[in-house]
Design a protein around this ligand. Sequence first.
Ligand SMILES: [Ca+2]
Ligand SMILES: [Ca+2]
Ligand SMILES: [Ca+2]
Length: 451
Amino acid sequence: MKAKWIFGLSAWMLAVLSSPAAQPYDFGNPSPEEEWMRFCINRARTDPEAEADRLGLDNTHGDDVPDGAYDVGEGITISGVADQRTYWSRYQGPRQYVAWSAALNAASRNHCDDMHTYSFFSHYTAGSSHGYPNGSGPDYRGYAEGYPNHFIGENIATNNSAGSYTAETVHNGLFTEPEVVGRGHRKNLLHSFWREIGAGRVSRPPNLSGWTDFWTTDFGSDAFYSQVVDPWPPIDTVYVTGTVFDDLDSDGAYQPGEQMPGVMVRVYDSGGAELQYYAVTADGGGYSVPLLTGAGADVPAGENVEVLMFDPAGQRYLRAVRTVQDGDVVFEDTAAEVPDTYHQRFNVGLDVEADQLAQAVGGDANLDGCADGLDYIIWSNNYQQSDRWWGEGDFDGGGYVDGLDYIIWSNNYLQGCPAAPGPVPEPTGLLLLTLAGLALIRRRRYKHHQS
Ligand SMILES: [Ca+2]
Ligand SMILES: [Ca+2]
Ligand SMILES: [Ca+2]
């Protein structure tokens, strides 16, 4: 009788709570080295002047360079301009984080693979195992991998001693590059309008030309492109994106070995409804979640989103509220004295270190810090379902929601819950539910013994 009753309740709750389930978002699977490259780029984009100072750039253009103010402009030139000084400030100030794009990551990795296999070093394909015709540029490759337009910037690097150059060394070289007139790589990775990135890397024994490691970073901006050439349908997706890592050497930066893969990242709008997609951090600890509501609409500027992270390895979680920002980006790379300006929403950057995560209470499915009847309802709604996570009642991490998870919940019942003001109300309904749950477990065990 009791088991039957809980089944009825589950069906009712499912009807009440029915909304399209969030889907996993495919942003590629960036490796630890690839994540390191993006982390360095996002650090530079967050504060370009600080990056210039960190790397010892010194803009020494006489009295009219405010002391230390425009070091990021060191060596930057824009073609067709006689006096470069007024353009340096365009590269100051924070830029949005770049988010992983599966298409750009595939294009950048494939280009590394082709450069190694066919022994060339160029932005233009000269032999491909991925179907790119000879002469294909970054725009062609990105589009071929599913990026929605042909507006793509690319930096490439190579070396001839496998594994001896880290992502950070390569990044530092691209940012400073004293031998490259105009500092095109620095400008490229700092453009304010970029939103998405792929950062492929291969490291192999020497190829025919003796080269071992290849790096390709591809930058894209669907919104900027939309505003410039007005394709249809317009695309204007922003993301919450970042790196989740355990900063073992306490230097405040991510390096390979510190990545935290497998962390669940769920995002909710200001009304508490889950967005269309969720993410699980990749091999390198990175993630990207598009800011699209369950109905597929853009989350507008000024709205808050709540990010909920859960690390199944340590059963730790984090909640963070961020506001979607908007503002102007400029097309820096123009000889015009007043560059074209475009208004956009920006990606939300959120890097998380392990010590920011709090220990979860066993059975606290909704991760509000307290194991109570609400969590029981979540457990019961997912009872006997597979492919479930902690937030759906799988507290032992087996992927399946069953009586073992119930026991974890019941052992922690009311753990972490605030003391109720005044007399505690009699939890009549909850008591019934609890008994029903126990009955289910007994039934399962009984069956087990019979078989
Ligand atoms: Ca570190
Ligand atoms: Ca709870
Ligand atoms: Ca389980």
